[in-house]
Design a protein around this ligand. Structure first.
Ligand SMILES: O=C(O)[C@H](O)[C@@H](O)[C@H](O)[C@H](O)COP(=O)(O)O
Length: 247
């Protein structure tokens, strides 16, 4: 069962990041009343870091037991640890490391200094998910590209079609760098809540396409992921400009 998408429009990118961060604090607190650990999958891109920077300012964040939050990445660039172009490096710089997480519960995708190739890195990450990911993500965060990609699942890219796998190596990514590791649609489908964080008029077409009835995820990957409990499109006014007015 998947939850119908719900759109929440915010005035601008900063209010989107701030409101989404407050919403995330509440979601984590709620998840921790249901399970020992909250399972959170982060995203790269500007919104992925913007929400983390805002998290550090949420007054209620101290109500979260951060030692019981397990953090993953929906995708990662296949680059050495600490590389400035890695999603986790950018998220760290945005404030992730200051939240009080247990480093042993922050699962970073292995880079070339550890795994011989992206395939081996994807296999290792999938194994870690099996060991510690429980059965479902409480919240998966996605940025959305102008082409409608999410994580490192791009339009018409064969990586979309990998099934029976939790993570996949992605090569020839249209968004640099070319080599990445991404969780799969099959893995993302095990999410209680899926949140798309989208700002900017350059995303308006992708947002409208992803929300249009009948859009195939092969063409617009963002159309292909829904949470079992909630599917939220948290957007700013510019990114929503391609949507009709709410009836
Ligand atoms: O590794 C990546 O590049 C990201 O995971 C990617 O999926 C990103 O979230 C989108 O490209 C949106 O990025 P922006 O929010 O910066 O537009």
């Amino acid at each position: 069962m998947s939850a119908e998408p719900r759109v929440v429009v915010h005035p601008d990118k900063q209010s989107l990041a701030d409101a989404a961060a407050a919403r995330l604090v509440t979601a984590i607190i709620d998840a921790q009343t249901r399970r020992p650990e909250a399972q959170l999958a982060l995203t790269g891109g500007s919104m992925g870091s913007a929400i983390i920077a805002s998290l550090a300012k949420v007054p209620g964040r101290s109500a979260v037991d951060w030692s019981r939050v397990r953090v993953w990445w929906g995708d990662e660039r296949y680059l050495p640890a600490g590389d400035p172009d890695r999603n986790d490096t950018q998220n760290d710089e945005a404030g992730l490391s200051a939240l009080g997480l247990d480093p042993a519960k922050v699962h970073r995708v292995a880079g070339p200094e550890v795994s011989e190739n992206a395939e081996a890195s994807a296999t290792a990450y999938a194994q870690t998910v099996r060991e510690h990911g429980q059965k479902a993500w409480d919240v998966v965060l996605f940025g959305v590209g102008p082409d409608g990609h999410v994580a490192s699942l791009f339009p018409h890219h064969p990586a979309q079609r990998i099934s029976d796998a939790i993570a996949v190596a992605v090569h020839d990514s249209p968004k640099p760098p070319p080599d990445r590791v991404s969780l799969t649609f099959e893995c993302f489908d095990r999410s209680h809540e899926v949140w798309f964080l989208v700002a900017g008029d350059d995303k308006a077409e992708a947002v409208a396409a992803a929300l249009a009835p009948g859009t195939d995820r092969w063409d617009v990957p963002a159309a292909g992921v829904r949470g079992t409990d909630a599917t939220l499109w948290l957007v700013d006014a510019d990114a929503a400009s391609g949507l009709g007015s709410p009836d």
